[in-house]
Design a protein around this ligand. Sequence first.
Ligand code: PLP
Length: 233
Amino acid sequence: MNKDINMIYERIQKAKEKAGRKDKISFAAVSKTRTVEEMKEAEKISWVDFFGENRVQEAESKRKIYGTSKISWRLIGHLQANKARKAVELFDYIDSVDSSDLALRLNRIAGETGKVIPVLIEVNTSGEASKSGISPENFNSLVDIVVKQENLRLDGLMTVGPITEDEREIRSAFANLRTLSENAREKTGLTLPVLSMGMSGDFESAILEGSTLIRIGTLLFGPRNYTEKNFMI
Ligand SMILES: *Cc1c(COP(=O)(O)O)cnc(C)c1O
């Protein structure tokens, strides 16, 4: 865990000031590869609102030993069809809906279990092939499908910023997500309050472009170690 967690809080406040914002920006502690002990530490921080996990299996092992969690768990990684049922069981929010097939499947499973699942649509704003998410071109048709699903509640959009040092390029990807969200709001009449964008390396840019939910792993917990931890991604 970062010894100077106040620094994180202060950087968020500074970015909010620079953006002239007073609204709440939620904080997801991205706990992939972290142990349950590390997560318990993070849960104690008053401004941590969620855990973000990107693997269903890893979340399942951790949920088993975690006990009652005071904060909700969000799935922020790509969801494979065959893990959808498990994901519905484990997560309070599914932020990575990126195809109509997945939306239909989640809706069906939610219906069977008597749930309404809050979801985000993940958009690939960078065009990078390694990234999941629906393309901006196909976004509108996915919105049409998601909003028709009785057992899904569309809360907003999510994206992962481009891998670049170029601040303008990063800002532009985040601005594109905001524009898509505004258009979808107009089209559907929904409030779509959540704009999930910004990670350890780019959360300040994301806040300047209107992010309402930042997802921070490395800055909070330290560098990820994929080989030695109990929970691999
Ligand atoms: C890992 C991950 C994060 C956190 O990344 P950091 O750079 O460690 O803050 C945020 N969002 C998603 C979707 C991730 O997979």
